[in-house]
Write a protein that binds this ligand. Structure first.
Ligand code: SAH
Length: 331
């Protein structure tokens, strides 16, 4: 729901100033239409239905995996695909993975979102409405701006959306913003003062390899990205989560573990090893290799966790968001 359009419309309709807040609170509490908002005058409900779309996105398809993960495919009003994922954990955590762009300009070699090309930045309310949609399904409490797109290349809209997320139950401490290493965005995010977590998709310990996986490295080499993350830590005092995809024979050798140890100060970084969800070009490291890589890191004093893959059979897992309908049955 476009909050600015809502406020403007209510003003035009001569409504009292508390109305916008009232409607917004209903929406953030999980209402799925204006009709349900019984504390609003009936005439106003139908006026709003006509003038302020309840969501800026229309749902095209929804899929649910056996582990409870739900993937939603939306379209923007101008027809671009947007995908979002709800992950359900046994401890009650309900985490929404949110897209910030339709497609992605960064073209990482291992990721399906880059392969579909870049359509456009999403607006703040298109970002927010993905979480609002899942709030209609159930209570949500964690948010990850880790879907399609590079959040720090669309920072103004991302910040507006992030600032509104607590209204529907996702506090800043439970919000992560993931970047491929867009240095100016890291610095801007740091000075905003929000206690969100920064996540960095690193995936390689040296520039030469990283350039082949993530072309953005040519613009921002690893040393600059790590320095920006250290500035973020200095200002925010929150460890940066480094994401490291495990690609067989590419970045999973013991000497690469040692290079990571030299790069990442355990006082400022946490490391998360990510089993690769195959999208074509690479093979994922075996479980055994992932665990011995982790062991090598631990021996040198760098603790790492291994990410649990969710929703793989519905192409809802990391790197599988490609805006395609019906790709779900690929096994
Ligand atoms: N552009 C931002 C946000 C998108 S992130 C970023 O790069 O961080 C999505 C996360 O999924 C990143 O850590 C990305 O590296 C990871 N990812 C991409 N493709 C993947 C795949 N096929 N399997 C597992 N993780 C993948």
């Amino acid at each position: 729901m476009d909050r600015e359009l809502l406020e403007q419309t209510l003003t035009e309709l001569g409504q009292p100033s508390y109305r916008a807040k009232q409607v917004w609170e209903h929406a953030c509490a999980g209402a799925s239409s204006y009709e349900e908002m019984s504390s609003l005058p009936k005439g106003l409900r139908s006026e709003l239905s006509e003038r302020v779309p309840f969501s800026t996105l229309s749902l095209e398809q929804q899929l649910e995996a056996r582990d409870g993960t739900v993937k939603a495919l939306f379209r923007t009003h101008d027809g671009h695909p947007v995908e979002s994922v709800l992950m359900r954990y046994r401890d009650g955590r309900r985490s929404v993975c949110i897209s910030t762009q339709s497609g992605c300009p960064l073209q990482c070699a291992f990721c399906a979102s880059g392969q579909m090309g870049f359509k456009r930045n999403l607006t703040a309310w298109e970002i927010f409405d993905q979480a609002l949609y899942f709030r209609q399904v159930e209570q949500v409490n964690h948010g990850a701006l880790m879907g399609m797109g590079e959040p720090l290349m669309n920072l103004t809209a991302v910040l507006t959306a992030v600032r509104a997320l607590p209204d529907l139950g996702i506090g800043h401490r439970h919000t992560s913003v993931s970047t491929a290493g867009w240095v100016p965005g890291i610095d801007k995010l740091a000075v905003e003062g929000l206690p969100v977590r920064l996540a960095l998709s690193l995936h390689a310990p040296d520039d030469e390899l990283r350039r082949t996986l993530m072309p953005v490295t040519a613009r921002f080499p690893i040393a600059e990205v790590i320095a920006a993350c250290e500035r973020f830590y200095a200002l925010r005092r929150r460890k940066v989560l480094v994401e490291y995809l495990m690609l067989a024979g590419v970045n999973d050798r013991p000497e690469q573990a040692r290079a990571l140890v030299r790069l990442l100060d355990p006082g400022r970084f946490k490391l998360n090893l990510i089993p690769y969800n195959e999208t074509g070009a690479f093979r994922g490291s075996s479980r055994a290799v992932i665990y011995s890589f982790r062991q090598a890191l631990a021996k040198a004093g760098l603790e790492a966790t291994v990410r649990l893959a969710r929703g793989r059979e519905i192409d809802a897992a990391c790197g599988q968001l490609a805006g395609t309908v019906g790709a779900a049955s690929r096994t």
